[in-house]
Design a protein around this ligand. Structure first.
Ligand code: GLU
Length: 422
């Protein structure tokens, strides 16, 4: 099943459970705006290459559009649609005053020079600047986009509108309006939710030593391994796009991070047995942290998953079929729209700090993030008990509850739709 169909299936299933007004489901099943742009870039060898870029604004029922943009060779409209839709639900789950959006450019960022990436980013801003802005749509990092790219984005946008606008984008470097704690926010938010979930378990179900595998060693995965290791969890496996590393006794996480940073891959570390990228998912562990990308736990491998708990730090890592199968088996899945919402929550803090030109200490960011994640988990938990459903279904219900109220209060003007094509 493709990613967008997957998202729609999750939405429909939860809507049915809570008997949601069909007009709310119908409205949220269509993004408000779709923009497709051509991004011409002068490459280092002197040639001109035209890349395809997207920005999809799904819903602004609860506030300005919000969501990252990614640079990937096979990014497509349906993938961005799914991610934009999930952003609306994610922001509603944690109750931050934003709608959802997502963007992307079809390109191979890994093979581009810094100069090419800068020109690509600036051209993309020139193509989308009329529909973004601190009060309209606020992009952020996602796969293969980072704080440097956000700095270029902010600079180009500020130039185009002729005023300093740090709040147009989040995930910026600290020196140009970023927030302390944004780097580790996705992982930290997920860990707060995981800890809260573990605290709901009876004494007899609670283990002393949880064995954890982290799939994906980008921003979310690396920080998750580091934070969990620091809390006393045993990290038995990690992986990146090149392969996996497994050691049933536990890995020295600091060494793995060092090797990843200096040698480019976790497979360069001598700490454990090297595996093919997908094999890591099937190794023995208690908690599997999915921090790579969408569609990783699918029909083909779902029967080989050994973990009791899945923590979805990536967006859409579990397919609809695999989700149904694992739920029946009793595996607990902490769903993406809750588990990885720490990232956009600290993006919200960054935007608030930009609006006020007043910057918070790290401690304040952490305390506020913890409170939001704990309240959001408690609310999802309440809906889960009320509807006797999975945590994913309860998270969607929790979001629908807020989205529906906003829609009813704002009236029919709120769901005006329009599409822009190039
Ligand atoms: N790309 C991240 C996500 O999928 C962060 C979005 C944001 O901070 O706006 O949640």
């Amino acid at each position: 099943m493709d990613f967008y169909k997957n998202t729609l299936s999750n939405m429909q299933k939860s809507a049915k459970i809570m008997k949601l007004d069909s007009e709310v489901l119908e409205t949220l099943s269509h993004p408000q705006k779709t923009l497709i742009v051509s991004v011409p870039v002068r490459m280092d060898d002197g040639s001109l290459k035209v890349f395809e870029g997207y920005r999809i604004q799904h819903s602004e029922l609860r506030g300005p559009f919000k969501g990252g943009f990614r640079y990937l060779p096979d990014v497509c409209l349906d993938e961005i649609k799914a991610l934009a839709t999930e952003m609306s639900f994610k922001c509603a789950v944690v109750g931050i005053p934003y709608g959802g959006a997502k963007g992307g450019i079809k390109c191979n960022a890994k093979e581009m020079s810094q100069g090419e990436l800068e020109r690509l980013t600036r051209k993309y801003v020139q193509a989308v600047y009329q529909i973004v802005g601190p009060e309209h749509d606020i992009p952020a990092p996602d796969m293969y986009t980072n704080s440097q790219i956000m700095a270029w984005f902010m600079d180009e946008y500020s130039r185009l509108v002729n005023k300093y606008q740090p709040g147009v984008v989040t995930g910026k470097p600290i020196e140009v309006g970023g927030s302390l704690g944004r780097d580790s926010a996705t992982a930290q938010g997920g860990v707060y939710v995981l800890q809260d979930y573990l605290n709901t378990l009876d004494e007899k179900d609670r283990k002393k030593d949880y064995k954890v595998i982290v799939q994906g060693f980008g921003n979310a995965g690396m920080h998750a391994a580091d934070i969990l290791h620091g809390l006393g969890f045993t990290i038995v496996g990690v992986s990146d796009s090149r392969g996996g590393l497994y050691n049933a006794e536990g890995l020295d996480v600091q060494q793995v991070i060092k090797d990843k940073k200096t040698k480019g891959s976790v497979t360069e570390c001598n700490e454990g047995k090297c595996l093919k990228p997908h094999e890591i998912l099937e190794q023995p562990c208690d908690i599997l942290v999915l921090a790579a990308m969408e569609n990783q736990v699918i029909e083909e491998n779902m029967k080989h998953i050994k973990a009791d708990i899945l923590l979805e730090l990536a967006n859409g890592p579990t397919s609809f079929e695999a989700d149904e199968y694992l739920n029946k088996k009793g595996v607990v899945i902490i769903p993406d729209i809750l588990a990885n919402a720490g990232g956009v929550t600290v993006s919200y803090f960054e935007w608030l700090q930009n609006q006020q030109s007043y910057y918070w200490p790290l401690e304040e960011v952490k305390v506020k993030l913890k409170r939001i994640m704990q309240e959001s988990f408690a609310r999802v938990n309440k809906f889960q008990k009320e509807y006797k459903c999975s945590m994913r279904e309860a998270a969607y219900i929790s979001a629908y509850d807020r989205l529906e109220k906003a829609m009813k209060l704002r009236g029919s003007g709120a769901n005006l739709r329009c599409k822009i094509y190039r």
